[in-house]
Design a protein around this ligand. Sequence first.
Ligand code: NAP
Length: 195
Amino acid sequence: MLCVSALEDGGVLPEQGPVIVTGAAGGVGSIAISLLAQRGYSVTAVTGRLEEEAYLRSLGATDIISRDEMSEPARPLEKQRWAGGIDTVGGNILARILAEAQYGATLAACGLAASHTLPTTVMPFILRNVRLQGIDSVNCPTPTRIAAWTALASNLPSNLEQTLHKTIGLEELELSAHAIINGVVRGRILVNPNL
Ligand SMILES: NC(=O)c1ccc[n+]([C@@H]2O[C@H](COP(=O)([O-])OP(=O)(O)OC[C@H]3O[C@@H](n4cnc5c(N)ncnc54)[C@H](OP(=O)(O)O)[C@@H]3O)[C@@H](O)[C@H]2O)c1
């Protein structure tokens, strides 16, 4: 929700063109797709799991791109494609999204599932007025948290439940963490300490 708000704060409107979401079948990516689609954005999902196409479309993605295609190193500027984006992976993929961002686009970067590096140039920023907004939910100030939770509570997408992989108790944490790292978890896992 913080990422979606960053796009809205950056003035990204649904009619400006597609927005891209990376790590699409993961926890953050899945929810981002659902929230953006509900707000009327046309969402392109980037995934390494093309077999999850039906799931991603059920969340509201209109186009699917393979992770490999987006991982190709980009030139400093490429053809303009994205009005906005939510990136959970970093590295070459985020660099490519920056190079493909439309004039005036806002991109929210919240993760590093691929890499903590960002092999880019200043070109998208100084020639296309692109904004890269970092997102942190850990030390996020209370008023911002309240705004995000309020926005979620007031307008929760009906398909959000599909992003729930399963609910676990604390004793299953370690096994589930390995499953997430091994890329076999679709969506998110809910931890209920009372189980
Ligand atoms: N800044 C914050 O406040 C904040 C909050 C929550 C999470 N995060 C970060 O955001 C990221 C995503 O979190 P999450 O909970 O969604 O994790 P997750 O459920 O594990 O999802 C990550 C997704 O990234 C993709 N991916 C994995 N390895 C990749 C690679 N080598 N190259 C490209 N894509 C890869 C996969 O999606 P596909 O299978 O669809 O390709 C995977 O499902 C993590 O880095 C996490 O630490 C940050």
